[in-house]
Design a protein around this ligand. Sequence first.
Ligand code: DAH
Length: 349
Amino acid sequence: MTLFDALEQVYNEAQAALESAMVSAELEAWYAAYLGRKGAVTLQTRAVGQLPKEERPVFGQRVNEVKQALEDAYAARAEAIKQAEMLHALESGAIDITLPGRPVTQGHLHLTTRTLRQIYDIFAMMGFEVFEAPDVELEAYNFDLLNIPDYHPARDMWDTFWVQTPPGEPRLLLRTHTSPGQIRAMRERSVNQEPLRVVLPGKCYRYEQITARSEHQFYQLEGLAVGRGITLTDLIGTMHQFAELFYGAGRKIRVRSSYFPFTEPSVEVDTQCILCGGKGCGVCKYTGWLEIAGAGMVHPVVLQNGGYDPAEWSGFAFGMGIERPSMMKYDVSDIRLYYGNDLRFLRQF
Ligand code: DAH
């Protein structure tokens, strides 16, 4: 048999064998047997040296044709087998596409975030926008510019976490209240001498013992309105509106005289106890009232520090805690739960 005949015979054999390959494994074996490094067709190529010179090109060309034809047939067969195997896997239930999907667990907003957003909505109705200020604050903003100089005994009202700064540089701290944001908001708006109405939410920090009633971190929301002719009655009206919308319609508030260095006069705002409605209970210590905010008319020195001339401008400010009211509203007995990341707690809200 000539080499030419042998080649044709191998070719026919390979075609027949390919037809009978039914699964991937058989297909791979076929490839090795014919087209692999030691495959029958490959060996034919090497035999070219046995031919007389003038026959070699014709033979070479035929070998290449055969190889190419077999490669193409192999690719087509491989695709057909892949499809058949996939169909088989589906039919035999290796993947049961009728099974219901696994539920996707979705988180939700933290109770504090939801409370804050409720409060933003209420103040937005009264024309207040949200203004963000930093947690790490300059000593000057947290204290001095709010009329609390270094020697002032009122600094004792806030136990401070100090941030280490090189000697001689401005001192940094974790803000002990959201009030420093007042200075930042005023300095931004006083550039164009515009009136302003903002609420400033944020985390505050105090170097304090952690107990069920107090954390060293907590949220506050500050409010500030500066304009021409703003008076204490505007503050009281705003607080009353807030109490009605947040704590419930018909709720009364009362205002007691107090002291803060950055307001004059200063007040504390109480609302009727949300549990007993004013009758007196354990939560309000039988007074019928709960304190909801510190507040007052912005001190002239503070207005000045914010860039507003107190002869022309006036304003009111208030500051309220966020966790305490939400603890009362949802009957939570321990503030530490707000920072514990315990899903059993978080999922309840
Ligand atoms: N910054 C005060 C505190 O943390 C709360 C406060 C009182 C804020 C009176 C005010 C205010 O804006 O007018 O204790």
